[in-house]
Design a protein around this ligand. Structure first.
Ligand SMILES: Nc1ncnc2c1ncn2[C@@H]1O[C@H](COP(=O)(O)OP(=O)(O)OP(=O)(O)O)[C@@H](O)[C@H]1O
Ligand SMILES: [Mg+2]
Length: 266
C-alpha cells in the first residue's frame, strides 16, 4: 500500500511552543489595525529558502485552528511553489490557470482537512512565470476573495531575485518579511527592506526564522518547557524540566565566526 502523502497538517502540534509564537504574531498583526483592516498579508523574504512557505503555512494553521478565522493561503510563488507539497495537494489547477485560462478562483481552490483552511495552489509550472505573474490581476483576485475569508496569506517569491513581491506589495494590506537569522546577510535584508519601501507599502514587520540556532541557551524552549500532565498536584501546576548541563549563565558564549555581521547578532 502506498504511503499517504506528507501533509504539514499532521505535524502541526497544537501544544508545541511554536504555536504560541504564531498566536503572538497573529495577535500583533491583527491587533495592529482595527479588525477588518488587515486581511491580506504577503509573506516574502530577501532570498530563497528563508522559511516563507513554512511560516505562511503554520500561520494559516494557527489562524484557522486557534482563532477560528476563515483562512486562505494563495501560493503566488510561481517559480518555486511548495504550498501544495506541504499540504499534500495537487498543484493544478491553481493561480496560473486563474490568471491565464479564465478559471474562476473558486474552482481552483482546495479545501484542506482543517476546518476553515483553504488553499489556492500555484497551478501548473510554466517557463515564463514573469509574464504570467500579473500583480494587478493577483491583487484583484485577493480583493475579490476577501469577501469570503477573514485572512488571506500570500506566499510569494523572494524580493531580491524576483520583482513579483515588489509589484504585489502595494496591492495587499500588509507584508511580512521573513529573515533566516544567522544566515541572511544584513546588506541583503537592508536591500529587501529598501525594495519594500515601507513608507509606501505597509510592512507589518519581520519574522526571524531559525532562532533556535541563534539565541543563547536560556531561551531554549526545552529549558523552559513544562508539562501540566505530569503534575501530581493537578492540571495547573507547572513542572520545569531540569536544566540541561550546559554553559553557565555568567559565562559568555563563544563567538561563532560564521555568524559575524549576520542578522541575529546585532
Ligand atoms: N524554523 C525552521 N526549522 C527547521 N527547518 C525549517 C524552518 N523553517 C524552514 N525550514 C526548512 O527550510 C527549508 C526551506 O523552508 P521554506 O520552503 O519554508 O522556505 P522558502 O523561503 O519558502 O523557500 P523558497 O524560497 O524555496 O520558496 C524547508 O526544508 C523547511 O522545512
Ligand atoms: Mg517557498
Amino acid at each position: 500500500m502506498a504511503a499517504a502523502p506528507f501533509s504539514i497538517v499532521n505535524v502541526f502540534d497544537l501544544e508545541a511552543p511554536y504555536v504560541t509564537e504564531y498566536r503572538r504574531l497573529l495577535h500583533k498583526i491583527l491587533a495592529a489595525g482595527s479588525h477588518s483592516d488587515i486581511k491580506s498579508i504577503m509573506v516574502t523574504s530577501a532570498m530563497i529558502a528563508e522559511g516563507k512557505s513554512t511560516i505562511c503555512s503554520f500561520m494559516a494553521l494557527t489562524a484557522a485552528v486557534k482563532r477560528g478565522l476563515k483562512t486562505l493561503i494563495i501560493d503566488a510563488d510561481l517559480r518555486l511553489p511548495s504550498i501544495h507539497k506541504l499540504f499534500g495537494l495537487p498543484e493544478a489547477p491553481g493561480l496560473v490557470e486563474v490568471l491565464t485560462d479564465g478559471v474562476s478562483p473558486k474552482d481552483a481552490m482546495r479545501k484542506t482537512s482543517v476546518e476553515n483552511l483553504d488553499i489556492l495552489p500555484s497551478g501548473r509550472q510554466s517557463d515564463n512565470p514573469t509574464e504570467i505573474f500579473d500583480a494587478e490581476a493577483v491583487g484583484n483576485i485577493v480583493e475579490e476573495l476577501k469577501f469570503y475569508y477573514d485572512l488571506i496569506l500570500i506566499d510569494c517569491a523572494p524580493l531580491l531575485p524576483v520583482s513579483d513581491p515588489m509589484l504585489l506589495a502595494s496591492r495587499v494590506d500588509g507584508t511580512i518579511l521573513v529573515i533566516k537569522a544567522g544566515t541572511t546577510q544584513r546588506e541583503l535584508v537592508e536591500r529587501a527592506v529598501g525594495i519594500l519601501n515601507p513608507p509606501q507599502n505597509n510592512v507589518l514587520g519581520v519574522v526571524l526564522n531559525n532562532m533556535n540556532h541563534i539565541l543563547p541557551y536560556y531561551y531554549d524552549y526545552d529549558y523552559y518547557s513544562y508539562d501540566y500532565r505530569q503534575s501530581p498536584q493537578g492540571p495547573t501546576k507547572i513542572i520545569k524540566k531540569p536544566a540541561p548541563a550546559r554553559r553557565p549563565k555568567n559565562k559568555p558564549a563563544e563567538k561563532d565566526p560564521t555568524l559575524k555581521d549576520n542578522i541575529g547578532h546585532s
